[in-house]
Design a protein around this ligand. Structure first.
Ligand code: PCP
Length: 396
């Protein structure tokens, strides 16, 4: 008997979260002796949400584990690859290809797309917040905005996208990093006194946890910030402003005031953490106003999905396609310098980058061969470094 309304690993692996029409398709193909027909399918994206011009491919490790053991060959861009939904000439970019008896993987389309669509949306939102925050600290506080079964996935995708840490204990465990957080309003309300709560935190919590005092519960933020600095002095790492919308007015102005009042009293070491309803624009604005760290929840955890679709484009070596898609197997080339993508019919000559003339590399790599995972699946830390190195191209 399932306690929570989420699918188990086994149910996902068996394809039981699939859409019924795939099971009926398998049944028909078997009944008509077409269950050995080899189909080559590609996964491409539609236009990105929020007017994004690029996205971060995420969810490849889960996809590999889903497809593992099925009689298929799979190529894919490495997890963390930044891609555009069309190439230089407007051709949709395949991020993954699957080849094998279609009836052996038909039902996996639903879970596979779900894995890539959601993780890539979250990782992309995180990468955009990363760019907006520059080198400042970005913390993912979004576990409470989605079903808890997804916390490890949300934290992993946000971390791959570039956030520095996550507050979800389960996500941090999956990533092999320490969970990071400050204190909730509840702690202060239970004590009924901010100073007592801040001091209790300082007294009880292990010394390697930065002391960040929440300073918007009762009084004006700058008043509480000075109170916290006076209460904890050098041991205070920072203050968190999670000012409620009803009092937010010009949040950047509040941050400037808090910065000023702390500095004129010699508390230059005290950093300012902001959270609550943050997005790319407010992170950029608050960073300019003097904020040092950002707790971002909804904007990353509830990020819109990347609209991936899977289409058969080759049957038995013959190009096929539905309306709106291009038939035939394709090579995908990427410029090592400016990340420009070029899609060509498979086996075509290797192009030079049409944008900067640099060398291009084939970006679809073998992931699975005859049902066996053949690619090294890197740790999220490595994938995050790969994403950050690509983001440098955008910063340049
Ligand atoms: C929220 C909590 C989350 C933040 C805001 C995420 O504050 O701290 O981490 O917000 P977002 O989803 O809008 O980006 P509260 O709801 O005040 O909770 P708490 O008192 O526990 O900090």
């Amino acid at each position: 008997m399932r306690m929570f309304h989420v699918a188990s690993d086994d149910e996902i692996k068996r394809g039981e979260t699939t859409d019924i029409y795939f099971l009926r398709t398998e049944e028909i193909l078997k009944a008509k002796g077409l269950d050995n027909v080899v189909a080559y399918a590609e996964i491409t994206s539609g236009r990105f949400p929020r007017d994004w011009q690029w996205a971060v491919l995420c969810g490849i490790e889960e996809a590999a584990k889903l497809l593992e053991g099925h009689p298929v060959n799979v190529d894919a861009m490495p997890e963390g690859t930044i891609f555009t939904w069309t190439d230089f000439r407007g051709v949709r970019v395949p991020v993954m290809t699957i080849e094998g008896p279609y009836a052996s993987y038909a039902r996996l389309e639903t879970p596979l797309l779900g894995m890539l669509c959601q993780s890539s949306g979250i990782a992309t939102a995180a990468a955009r917040i990363r760019l907006a925050a520059g080198d400042k600290l970005v913390l993912n506080f979004g576990a409470r905005r989605m079903h808890p079964a997804l916390s490890p996935l949300i934290g992993r995708s946000a971390y791959i996208g570039g956030v520095d840490a996550v507050s979800s204990v389960a996500a941090a465990k999956l990533l092999g990093i320490e969970p990071v957080g400050t204190m909730p309003h509840a702690l202060i309300i239970v004590f009924g006194d901010q100073v007592k709560a801040w001091k209790a935190f300082d007294e009880v919590i292990s010394k390697d946890v930065p002391r960040v005092a929440l300073v918007d519960t009762y009084y004006d933020e700058k008043v509480e910030a000075v109170m916290a600095a006076e209460a904890l002095g050098e041991r205070l790492w920072g203050v968190r402003l999670d000012t409620p919308g009803s009092r937010r007015g010009n949040f950047a102005e509040i941050v400037r005031e808090v910065r000023w009042e702390l500095d004129v009293r010699g508390y230059k070491h005290v950093k300012i953490v902001v959270s609550g309803g943050l997005n790319e624009e407010s992170v950029r604005e608050l960073s300019e106003a003097g904020a040092d760290a950002f707790g971002v929840g909804t904007w990353i955890s509830n990020a819109p999905v990347i609209d991936f679709a899977m289409d058969i484009v080759d049957i038995g070596g013959k190009p096929v396609a539905k309306k709106g898609k291009l038939g035939g197997k394709k090579d995908v080339w990427r410029c090592g310098k400016c990340l420009t993508l070029v899609v060509r019919p498979k086996g075509s000559a290797k192009p030079k980058c049409p944008r900067c003339g640099s060398e291009m590399v084939s970006i679809l790599k073998p992931l699975i061969r005859n049902g066996e995972i053949v690619a090294d699946l890197p740790h999220p830390k490595q994938i995050r470094e790969y994403v950050l190195s690509q983001l440098e191209a955008f910063r340049a």
